[in-house]
Design a protein. Structure first.
Length: 109
């Protein structure tokens, strides 16, 4: 492999393409590294997201009506209006209960 003797500054100015395959390969590699470095410099910096503030608690239309469900049956609570007990004859206030017959679950207060 013979190469012409050309002053180094001519290669730098790009006026003469070197004849040696190794020199050409190294030049291509150097250009690829330069382009990759410049591409990294052009990318925007990585932004670390800040934690979001907690969402406000939604207001219910009627806060007296519970929204939860029976944990045993996954059914919404049923309102039992105030009345008089058939067994004891005593009056009772209205309350929420599970709609499934025999379930003794109640919403938390």
């Amino acid at each position: 492999m013979t190469t012409e003797t050309v002053p180094e500054y001519v290669y730098e100015l790009g006026k003469v393409e070197p004849q040696d395959q190794l020199v050409r390969a190294l030049n291509r590699l150097a250009q690829a590294i330069e382009q990759a470095t410049l591409a990294k410099l052009d990318t925007p910096p990585v932004v670390v997201p800040q934690p979001l503030a907690p969402l406000p608690t939604p207001q219910r239309a009627n806060p007296l009506v519970p929204v939860e469900v029976c944990p045993a049956h996954n059914q919404p609570w049923k309102f039992v209006p105030a009345g008089t007990s058939k067994k004891t004859g005593l009056p009772y206030d209205g309350f929420y209960a599970c709609p499934v017959r025999g379930c003794d679950q109640r919403p938390r207060q």
